[in-house]
Design a protein around this ligand. Structure first.
Ligand code: XMP
Length: 513
């Protein structure tokens, strides 16, 4: 296994991700924990030193354990990791003074070729991503220069006798196109064969959950989305009866959703599941509410209350399980307390741990969405659940501008079901990030048969996106749109007009509220 010593870079997890892509098992440990004894115990086959926000020129700044240098395994130092390596091995690092580099830079090869750079420099130089204020001003004894950039004469250095490698840039980010190749060369050199898989992750995560939870009880809010489903199944596998899941039906779910989700779990997994039908309460609280933020806050607060109520019935619950993914972790770190405005109050179980005094179990914290899907497959989650489009916590309430009424919700559910059926029949479901119907708060006049109708209008929405942060509308053919509109109007009483929303994000948002 490989050890990543974390000095606090925002992108340390990306190093782990690159290694998982190469089927190498690695663990990230904060530098404070990695003592000489820890290192001996862990017995890594290779070590990577991450970047970090500190300056090695500061008295008392973080260091790698001294035992590392005689440990006899390959070491790769990145950015801060490079600088502490140089400092500890007898080189010199200095503060900025006009040599800071942030963003794209180009590295030119030095005279000799270096094994971990196999496949680099085909075009003479390579694009890399830099982010540093300090720079190395003298390399440590035994090191040679293998690559330079305009502001980093020691962009790539190495001591090939001891297999110590030091780079100033971040090979783990996408803006260093050959970065993955560098990692591949490094792990091959360290003797990894790349035989580790998601099955391995599953085993590792299960062990970690057992270690963390012991014999205590865990509760989990299950929505049926892929993140909470995988979280629940994984924890169930780890601790079985000590886990209780609560599925809250707030009356704002899609057609048959509550039935499908609870049935899937009951049929496939032996899991403690409380299905709580609280739709009366939620819909009651939403009566007369038209403001989108008030809707969101009303639902969010009730959700916490309801979950709290059920959790109290479980004796000795000490942990709350959450399907937090790595991108959520980065976002909350980068943006918490930042100057960004609230566009929408996103609803999740965020307020719960404080309110209930619970500790968190977050087994997906290191994973990206596609890895969660892979883990879901590994755990036997049906494909239909794995590929599901995202569905917002406040549910259909935010697809129903104006007051949310039972009548409108029923019409919306039926229209949405026909629309999604159309998308599936045309084989488009997996091409689209998210598709849904919004019911508009207006009635319009139509003519059906020989009669006049005065029914609701609806809007179809379908977007492509990578992460939901930006999105474009999906370019359906006119035939598809025509056929779908006809089906909805024929099959869904209460709707007599269908429109297609062609707004991208920005300036629009994906949901209507
Ligand atoms: P917007 O409408 O902000 O949506 O462009 C971006 C993505 O987030 C989903 N969304 C939510 N997800 N709780 C969630 O868990 C929420 O309150 C929420 N609001 C929006 C939305 O469906 C889209 O995928």
């Amino acid at each position: 296994r490989l050890l990543i010593i974390d000095f606090g870079s925002q992108v340390t997890q990306l190093i782990a991700r690159r290694l998982r892509e190469l089927n190498v098992y690695c663990e990230i440990h904060p530098y404070q924990n990695v003592t000489d004894a820890f290192l001996r115990d862990f017995a890594p086959k290779a070590v990577i030193l991450s970047g970090g926000p500190d300056s090695v020129t500061r008295e008392g700044s973080p260091r790698a354990p001294e035992a590392l240098w005689d440990f006899g395994v390959p070491v790769l130092g990145i950015c801060y990791g490079q600088q502490t390596m140089m400092t500890q091995l007898g080189g010199k690092v200095e503060r900025g003074h006009g040599t800071a580099e942030f963003g794209r830079a180009f590295v030119t090869p030095a005279a000799d070729a270096l094994n971990i750079l196999d496949g680099w420099f085909a075009a003479g130089n390579e694009q890399v991503w830099m982010s540093h204020g300090d720079h190395v001003s003298a390399i440590a004894p035994g090191f040679k220069v293998y690559g330079t950039s305009p502001n980093a004469p020691f962009a790539i250095t190495a001591d090939t006798e001891r297999n110590f490698f030091a780079v100033q840039f971040h090979p783990e980010v996408h803006h260093t196109p050959k970065g993955a190749k560098l990692y591949e060369n490094f792990i091959r050199l360290a003797g990894f064969t790349g035989d580790w898989t998601m099955a391995g992750y599953r085993e590792q995560a299960i062990q970690q959950i057992r270690d963390q939870v012991g014999d205590k009880q865990v509760i989990c809010a299950l929505s049926g989305g892929v993140d909470s489903s995988v979280t629940a199944i994984l924890i169930n596998e780890a601790i079985g009866d000590q886990l209780t899941c609560v599925f809250v039906d707030h009356g704002l779910l899609r057609k048959d959703e509550a039935i499908e989700v609870t049935r899937m779990f009951r049929e496939n997994y032996n899991l403690n599941l409380i299905a709580a039908d609280e739709s009366e309460m939620f819909l009651g609280a939403l009566e007369g509410v038209t403001d989108p933020e008030v809707k969101r806050k009303t639902i969010g607060k009730l959700f916490i209350d309801v979950f709290d109520k059920y959790a109290k019935e479980i004796d000795g619950a000490e942990f709350l399980a959450q399907g937090t993914l790595y991108p959520d972790v980065i976002e909350s770190v980068s943006f918490s307390g930042g100057p960004s405005v609230t566009i929408k109050s996103h609803h999740n179980v965020g307020g719960l741990p404080e309110k209930m005094g619970l500790k968190l179990v977050e087994p997906l914290r290191e994973l990206f969405k596609d890895e969660v899907r892979a883990l879901g497959r590994e755990l036997g989650l049906p494909e239909q659940f794995i590929r599901r489009h995202p569905f917002p916590g406040p549910g259909l309430a935010i697809r129903c501008p104006g007051e949310v009424t039972r009548e409108k919700l029923d019409i919306l559910r039926n229209a949405d079901a026909v629309y999604i059926d159309q998308i599936r029949k045309h084989g488009l479901y997996d091409e689209i990030w998210q598709a849904f119907v919004a019911i508009l708060p207006v009635r319009t006049v139509g003519v059906m048969g020989d009669g006049r109708t005065y029914d609701f209008a609806c809007a179809l929405r379908a977007v492509t996106s990578v992460d939901g942060m930006t999105a474009d509308y999906y370019p359906y053919t006119h035939e598809f749109l025509g056929e779908t509109a006809t089906r909805i109007i024929n099959e869904v009483p209460g709707i007599n007009r269908v429109t297609y929303d062609i707004t991208s994000k920005p300036p629009g948002t994906i949901e209507w509220e």
